[in-house]
Design a protein around this ligand. Structure first.
Ligand code: SF4
Ligand code: SF4
Length: 186
């Protein structure tokens, strides 16, 4: 569990306001875990197959470093949200907004905040993710406790997912994407 250092750098970003440009819902691949898929399925009534996809290293600007690589019959893949047909936008980006805001993946809840920690687990720096252009304003008010809560939940859910991926790669390597989703219990 992480805490807050009193001398945190980048505290100006606690005034962050999203201008809803949509860049982070159109120019990125959103990696997901079984927690996200279950929440989205429950919230939308859709089967996970409808809104998830398996991505190759070439699909990521950085090759997908640090992501959970699943060994499937078709090759190594990363589980993420599907893109819309003939568009780069996330499957759930409708009418210039997130259509599943209440159920959105934990990654989307954390974005665009980045936190650095010291050895004691205290936040020493806050910054804005530069994966896509983010034309934010600094005239609002964010709660660091809420950002930390999402950050810690993201860590826990990623850890649980990575353990599942490791178990799959050990025991079921070479299975199909459908079999992997069943293995995740979605
Ligand atoms: S789930 Fe919602 S917030 Fe996340 S990328 Fe898709 S449209 Fe954007
Ligand atoms: S890129 Fe930044 S300003 Fe644009 S929608 Fe995402 S968080 Fe908001």
């Amino acid at each position: 569990m992480s805490d807050t250092a009193s001398n945190m750098r980048g505290s100006k970003f606690l005034r962050f306001r999203c201008t809803h440009c949509g860049n982070c819902c159109t120019d990125t691949i959103v990696p997901v875990t079984h927690h996200d898929l279950k929440r989205l399925s429950k919230g939308t009534g859709l089967k996970a197959e409808r809104f998830c996809a398996f991505y190759k290293a070439d699909d990521f600007d950085d090759g997908g470093e640090g992501l959970g690589w699943v060994e499937l019959a078709e090759g190594r893949r990363v589980l993420g949200l599907k893109k819309q047909d003939k568009a780069d936008a996330c499957f759930f980006f409708k009418d210039e907004r997130c259509s599943v805001y209440e159920h959105r993946p934990i990654t989307c809840r954390v974005y665009p905040f980045q936190l650095d920690f010291n050895r004691q687990g205290q936040v020493t720096r806050m910054s804005i993710n530069d994966a896509v252009e983010c034309p934010y304003e600094l005239d609002s008010s964010q709660k660091l406790a809420e950002i930390l809560k999402n950050w810690n939940a993201d860590d826990r859910q990623d850890d649980a997912y990575f353990r599942k991926v490791e178990a799959w790669n050990r025991r079921h390597k070479g299975g199909t994407a459908e079999e992997f989703l069943r293995f995740l219990g979605v």
